[in-house]
Design a protein around this ligand. Sequence first.
Ligand SMILES: [Zn+2]
Length: 397
Amino acid sequence: MQLSDLSQWVESQHTVVESALKELVEINTFTRNTIGVDKGMDTVSKLAQSFGFTVEVINQRHRLIKAGNGKGRPRILLLCHMDTVFPPDSAFQKYEPLGDGFVQGPGVGDIKGGLIIGLWSMLALRELCDDFDVQMVISADEEIGSQSIQDWYLGGHIGADYAIGLEPGFPQGELTADVDLGVVYQRRGYGAIYYTVTGKACHSGTAHLGVNAIEAAAQRIIRLHQLNDWENGISVTCGLVNGGISPNTVSGEVKGSVSWRFETQADGERIKREIEKILTDTYQYNPDLDLHDSIDYHVDTLLQPMERNEANQNLIHLVLEESKRLKQNVVPIARGGGSDANHTSAAGTPSICGMGAPAQGIHTEQEKIYLPGLFNRIELLISVLYRAVTGALETHS
Ligand SMILES: [Zn+2]
C-alpha cells in the first residue's frame, strides 16, 4: 500500500472496525471486575495475533502488543487501557448507534475507540513500511492510576523515544462532525496530602488551658493558599477540613487535606517542599503548659505531570501538519487531569496524549463518540506514525 491509498484502505475497514469496537464495548471491563478486564485483554490479544503482532503479558495482567520488525527508530509506544468506570450492575452496558454517525456505550470513547485506533494504525503501518518499531501497552487499571503497572512505566517501559496516549480527542465544544478536536501537549501533575493537627482540648470557659487545633489549622490553610500561582500553572487547594466537637470546646484535633497541581516536575517538588514546611511549622503555643500544636501528615498521591518540552512539541507539530494535510480540525490543548502519559513523561519520554476517539460525556452514561471521526483519527494516527518512523522525528535515546 502507498500512503495515497490510505483513505481507501481505512474505508475498506469500516465494517470490521465497527464490529470489533462493538464487541469490546460490550465486554464489561470495570476496573474491579478483573474477570471482565482479563476477558477484554484476551479478546484484544487474539485480534492482535490475528494481525500477526506479538503480544506479551507485563506485570501479570497488562499487555504489550508489538508491531514492526523492531529495527526502525524512533521507537514509539502507544498508551492505552482496558478498564472503564462502569460497574457490571450499572444499566449502561450496550453499544448503541444513536443515528447520524454517533454511537453510545460504556468506554466507547474512554478508551475502547482509542484501542481500535491504535490497533488499526499498527496494522496499516505494516502495509506501508518494513522497518519500524511501534508498540502498544494496555493497562488493566488506568482508571485508578495504573497502580499495578506504574513501576513499569516509571522504570523506563520499553525505552521508547516517544509516547502517544490514546485517551479521547476532546471536542472543543459540542461534539459535531466538524468541531475542533484537541491533541494534548501538556497534563498537569497532581499531589495530595492528608494531615491531622493536634492541639489540646479543654472547656471553652477556660480556653487558656488548651491549644486550639482549629486556629492552628486555619493558620496553615491561609499560608497554603498563598502558594497559588495561576500564571505559572500552580494551584493549591485545601479541599477537606474537619475538626471540633462542640461550640463550647476548644478543639484538640483537626483533620484536613491539601492538594496541588503543577506543570513541571521541578515545580511539583518545590511546592511539595513549601507545603511540608508550612505544615510542620507550629502556630499555637501555650506557655503555661509549654505546649505547641503539632502535625502528622502523609503524602497520599504524587502524580508527575506530562511536561511540555521541545521534543513533545515536535510531535505535536507533526500531528498539526498531518491534520492540516488531511483537512481535519485539530488544536493543541492542555488538560488538568492525568493519564498514563504522565508516567511515561516522568520517565523522561517525550509524550503527548488525546489521540484517541472524538468523545463526549466520558465517565457518564451518556458517553458517546462520532464514528466517522474515529475513522479520521485512524487515518491521522497512521499518517503521524508513518512520518515519525520515516524520518520526521529525531531519536533521542
Ligand atoms: Zn482513559
